[in-house]
Write a protein that binds this ligand. Sequence first.
Ligand SMILES: Nc1ncnc2c1ncn2[C@@H]1O[C@H](COP(=O)(O)OP(=O)(O)OP(=O)(O)O)[C@@H](O)[C@H]1O
Ligand code: SF4
Ligand SMILES: [Mg+2]
Length: 376
Amino acid sequence: MSGQHPPAGGAHGAAAAASGAGPDGGADLVLSVRDLEVSFGTKRGTARVVRGLDYDLARGETLAIVGESGSGKSVSTLALTKLIPIPPGRVTGTAHLGEVDLIGLSEQELLPYRGRRIGFVFQDPMTSLNPVHTIGRQLTEGMRHHLRLSEADARDRAVDLLRQVGIPGAEHRLDDYPHQFSGGMRQRVVIAIGLSCGPDVLVADEATTALDVTTQAQLVDLVGQLQADLGMAVIWITHDLGVVAGIADRVLVMYAGEVVEQASVEELFARPRHPYTVGLLASLPVLGDFDRDELTAIPGLPPSATDLPPGCSFHPRCTFRDDPRCEHERPPLREVAPGHRVRSFYMVPEEEARHAAASERVAVEPPDVRDQGVVS
Ligand SMILES: Nc1ncnc2c1ncn2[C@@H]1O[C@H](COP(=O)(O)OP(=O)(O)OP(=O)(O)O)[C@@H](O)[C@H]1O
Ligand code: SF4
Ligand SMILES: [Mg+2]
């Protein structure tokens, strides 16, 4: 496998490191994405929304994809199994799940992969649940189709899943419709559907954003248990760098469709080097910091995907910009430490970056409820 795909860099995940294999090759590699490009034909021209994405994912590993709204986080994962409209969408590059390149498969050939090998927790639970079908039907559908379970077995497993995601009275809720569930409960149902077929890779797209912090922590813990038990790998998508601290092994920071920094979560919080990452970290609240009147925001807005600036796509907003190349040349992704890659002509000095990434910010992570016996 490693011979077929050039390494994407990145630190090994916790599970991968423990097993001695890692994202750069070896038996534990689950997903290997290379040069993924996604564009859409629009009235205003071609929107290049994902540009040259490379990453590897090992069994049991959690990769967080972080970035502002519109940076291409959702589209980059939806494109893996053609869950975007094609046309106007166009996807190139490769995405090997084991030996199979998903990007090269037809719609029909992708069916056994969607939901079964790659589970999705879609960003919007309102649109991913069908209002005219019962929760039970929507939960059992994939298990009956992909796992060939009988109706009775699928319903039993559906009740177990609803219990696991914390739906009270789960055994009585299968015949209810989505409108009979609260927003947070619908979100948990969508998570249960994503987990139902025991996927190799779970894409959790803002999966816990709408939930209170305790429920969020329970679900993070549940996913963590399944990773440990089944070796499931997780792509955790969020716009909030703060929440990845307690969840991820590695982080990809995306800006305007491209990776601007990737590193292990520890390295990224300890030594962020890209001006954008440093800006994101500086905009996180710090627990107990009562002296700060306001949070530091990154000035300006991300560029339109149909009108990307020349040179570094972050340059119009970059307060560190002082290299003449910034406005004319696209910076390459350079390795600055093992597994730590940065797309910038200028590296924020460690001392300055450390100040922005003060370790107290990591306290934003949800509390660990494992020891409180909340999750069975
Ligand atoms: N069907 C489509 N046609 C045209 N452009 C699209 C389409 N779907 C997505 N886009 C564009 O692709 C870009 C990336 O969208 P994406 O949904 O991946 O952002 P995101 O990083 O997930 O943002 P958010 O944090 O708001 O969920 C956006 O500019 C969006 O407008
Ligand atoms: S390449 Fe230049 S403009 Fe871009 S992030 Fe680095 S310093 Fe800023
Ligand atoms: Mg999104």
